[in-house]
Design a protein around this ligand. Structure first.
Ligand code: G
Ligand code: G
Ligand code: MN
Ligand code: NA
Length: 249
């Protein structure tokens, strides 16, 4: 039932939208980017969480049109803030589709959106498990100027060898680490080490899920280059993001 509703929403172009969560530069807390997050409101089911509908979309193949819709919407809605980078989550199923890189690059042309402003977020598990074709797709995207970010970093396997292969431009330290960084010594040590490593490898190091000033202070001192979390802003509608950026709200 939910599958039918999602398919219908996608084909009719209603009920699906993007929320945008700001990313700030660690040094001065300026907003330098946003992460697009899919939202779905069905007339009968109400607001459905992406924690529910993203896995459903992955199981049913609807993630292909859903992912494309979110990417297009994010490029369109963020186009006029030309100093902001835009991060979009990509499912491993999208990456496995042989036409993924071409789809992204064509869409960027259609929407007149600079590839340099786009960052694609993939989980380390997705990149680890990717086949040769998926890796070629990532290489093609990076050659065109699109950046790749390793999402939920620390929750999968074999993170360090991935970093060495420089298939990514940034790492996002998972919020499960950030949550306890001021309380647990081991967590603090891991975050500091990952941060140092990332900076040495010339990567952007993004801490996500920052909720307190104490966490912020720790992460800045540890050398994280960007921060994201409720301390700065929760995900916003396009309209509310506009108020925040343009200072008229
Ligand atoms: O904001 P939050 O509740 O919005 O997101 C929950 C989860 O859903 C996160 O793990 C997030 O990465 C994932 N998610 C949100 N939007 C998208 C999307 O457009 N594509 C994919 N693949 N995952 C998304
Ligand atoms: O997996 P991904 O990193 O894409 O997940 C994004 C999810 O994280 C969204 O559901 C978003 O609402 C949530 N999120 C963003 N900032 C915070 C935060 O500071 N605290 C918590 N608990 N969740 C957050
Ligand atoms: Mn993400
Ligand atoms: Na994440």
């Amino acid at each position: 039932r939910m599958e039918k509703a999602l398919a219908s929403a996608l084909s009719r172009n209603v009920g699906i939208s993007c929320a945008y969560q700001p990313l700030v530069r660690a040094s001065d807390k300026t907003i330098i980017g946003v992460e697009a997050l899919a939202r779905w409101e069905d007339p009968v089911l109400g607001e459905v969480s992406p924690v529910q509908f993203v896995p459903l979309a992955e199981e049913t193949g609807l993630i292909i049109p859903l992912g494309k819709f979110i990417l297009r919407q994010a490029c369109r809605e963020m186009r006029r803030w030309d100093a902001l980078s835009v991060s979009v989550n990509v499912s491993p199923i999208q990456l496995r589709d042989g036409a993924f890189a071409r789809m992204v690059l064509e869409l960027l042309v259609e929407e007149d959106f600079p590839p340099q402003r786009l960052e694609l977020e993939l989980t380390e598990t997705a990149i680890m498990n990717s086949d040769a074709n998926s890796k070629d797709q990532l290489i093609a995207l990076r050659l065109a100027g699109v950046r790749i970010s390793l999402d939920d970093f620390g929750t999968g396997y074999s993170s360090l060898s991935l970093l060495k292969d420089i298939v990514v431009d940034s790492v996002k330290i998972d919020r499960s680490f950030v949550q306890f960084v001021t309380q647990l010594k081991d967590t603090a040590a891991i975050v500091t080490a990952v941060s140092n490593l990332g900076v040495k490898l010339n990567l952007q190091v993004i801490a996500e899920g920052v909720e307190t000033v104490e966490q912020q202070q720790f992460l800045v001192d540890a050398g994280c280059t960007q921060l994201q979390g409720f301390l700065f802003s929760k995900p916003l509608t396009q309209e509310n993001l506009g108020h925040l950026l343009d200072g008229d709200g």
